[in-house]
Each structure stands twice: as C-alpha cells, then as structure tokens.
Design a protein around this ligand. Structure first.
Ligand code: NDP
Length: 257
C-alpha cells in the first residue's frame, strides 16, 4: 500500500495503458484521478475492484493550451486538495506519408502529445512550488511521469508528428528534471515498446508490419498494457527518488537489438 493517502492523476485513463496504470496504483491503495474525453466507468469499476478510490475528471486535452491544462489541474485540486503523482499518458497517433501529412493532423498530435503534457506539468509544478511543498519533509515528493515512446529515439514509419511529439516529450522530461530536482520534483519518462492497444490496432492488423515488428522483439510478443504499469509505479514511488530525467525503455528488448 505504497500509495495510501496519495493522489495519482492519470491522463488517458479510459482504456489501454492509462487504464492499466490506474489499476496498478489502485492495488497500492491510491486515490486515482482519471482524465479522458470518453466514459471512465470501466476504469472506475476496475480501480474500485483493485482496492483504490477513483475520481473521474472528464476533460479534452486536445487543444494543448496553457489555460486548458491549468483548468484541469485546478479542477482536480478542488476535488482532492493535493496531487502527488501525474502520469502524462494521453496520446494520439495519425498515420500518413510525410508529403501528404495534413496541418490539422500535425497540430492535433503535437497539441495532445507534447503541449498538453508540458502545460499540465507546469500547472502542477507551479502549485507544488508556490504552496511551499518544497519545504515539507523529504519524504514528500512530487512525481511526474511522461509516457514517451520508442519514437522518442527512432523516426518510425509515416508518423512524423508522433515522432516529433515523442522526441519532444523526452527533451521536456530532461529539461524539467534539471530545473525541478532541487524542488523535490522527480521528472522521468517511460518509453513503451509495441503494446497491444487501440493505438497500435492498425499495425497489428497489417500482416507485413505485424511480422516485422514481432521478428525484432526479443521477447517475441506484443507487450500488454500491464507491462508498462509497474514501471509507472516505480517512477512514482520512493524507490526512485534519486532518478531524474531518465527515459526508461519497457520494450521486450527492442532497443537493445
Ligand atoms: P489508446 O489509444 O488505447 O488510449 C489513449 C488514451 O488517451 C485514451 O484513454 C484516450 O481517451 C486518451 N486521449 C486521447 N486524446 C485525448 C484528449 N484529447 N483528451 C483527453 N484524453 C485523450 O492508446 P495507448 O494506451 O496505447 O497509449 C497511451 C500512451 O502510450 C500514448 O501516449 C501513446 O503514445 C503511448 N505509447 C503507446 C504505445 C503502444 O504501443 N500502444 C507505444 C509507445 C507509446 P479518450 O479517447 O477517451 O479521450
């Protein structure tokens, strides 16, 4: 019960990796705040079944503006009074050859995957620093965890905006950790490998890409959303207090190959 009396905010909590992350924190006794556009009832049920408390906070992070993100954090703080962990997981992908890639798709991906996570971290970090929490006991820390990607390191195929956004979030992770380690804020990221969720449905349904991907993964299988959750719990726990600006690959061995 490492997260008893802790409030963990998870964006993109309605399904996939985000939902599994919510359940993993629930097993550790957390109050989990789930953010997404669509219904959060399924996540609510799973969190409660795992022993946690769930707070739904419906919001659309797709504009990626500073105000939108600050409003979401303010709404959550009004409900819970505190935030101990933020997992920036919500993300979208749009596929098209670079020469045809639309401005609308480019802007949507950058806004959701890069702008919103930065402004959410800015709002939580500002609250943490300005309410004097940096002077609380050493055990009280703010943990910020970004869900990056293997495309934080590689270019991918016909996903230029996604690769740009994920390279960007890896950079922001390092930038904020440089500035905020002294404030007792840990900023780290996870780069998931190929995980079987809605996000990768098109790849799994393409026999050529599916085989090429599986052939390169030493573990020989697609990852499950649950494979990512344990890393999030580690990066949010006291076990990682001396870890800052890291991007942890959880990828069945893909990057080592
Ligand atoms: P899913 O498509 O299954 O889930 C995405 C989540 O993000 C949903 O809960 C969705 O909720 C939420 N979301 C999307 N847009 C918005 C928005 N505008 N406002 C609020 N919430 C939003 O994807 P995954 O679980 O696979 O992906 C989760 C994260 O992991 C993403 O950042 C993705 O890039 C990253 N990732 C995934 C990999 C994979 O192989 N699956 C590999 C590497 C990284 P809703 O639609 O209800 O709003």
């Amino acid at each position: 019960m490492k997260f008893k009396n802790k409030v963990v905010v998870v964006t993109g909590a309605s399904r996939g990796i985000g939902q599994s992350v919510c359940v993993a924190f629930a097993k550790e006794g957390a109050t989990v705040v789930g953010v997404a556009r669509s219904a959060l009832a399924e996540t609510d049920d799973k969190v409660k079944a795992a022993g946690g408390t769930f707070v739904a906070n419906s919001a659309d992070l797709g504009m990626g503006t500073q105000k939108e993100s600050a409003d979401v954090i303010a709404q959550i703080l009004a409900k819970t009074g505190q935030i101990d962990v933020l997992v920036n997981n919500a993300g979208i992908i749009r596929r098209a050859p670079a020469k045809d890639f639309s401005e609308a798709d480019w802007n949507a991906v950058i806004a959701t995957n890069l702008n919103a996570p930065f402004f959410l971290m800015q709002a939580v970090g500002k609250w943490w620093i300005e309410t004097g929490r940096t002077k609380a006991p050493e055990t009280a820390r703010l943990k910020l965890v970004n869900i990056a990607s293997l495309l934080s390191f590689q270019g991918g195929i016909t996903v230029p905006a996604y690769a740009a956004s994920k390279h960007g979030i890896a950079g922001v992770t390092k930038a904020l950790s440089n500035e905020w380690a002294k404030e007792r804020i840990n900023v780290n990221a996870i780069a998931p490998g190929y995980i079987a969720t809605e996000n990768t449905k098109a790849l799994r349904e393409d026999p050529v890409r599916n085989k090429a991907i599986l052939d390169r993964i030493p573990e020989g299988r697609w990852g499950a959303a649950e494979d990512i959750a344990g890393g999030c719990v580690f990066l949010a726990s006291g076990d990682s207090d001396y870890l800052n600006g890291a991007v942890l690959n959880i990828d069945g061995g893909w990057m080592g190959r």
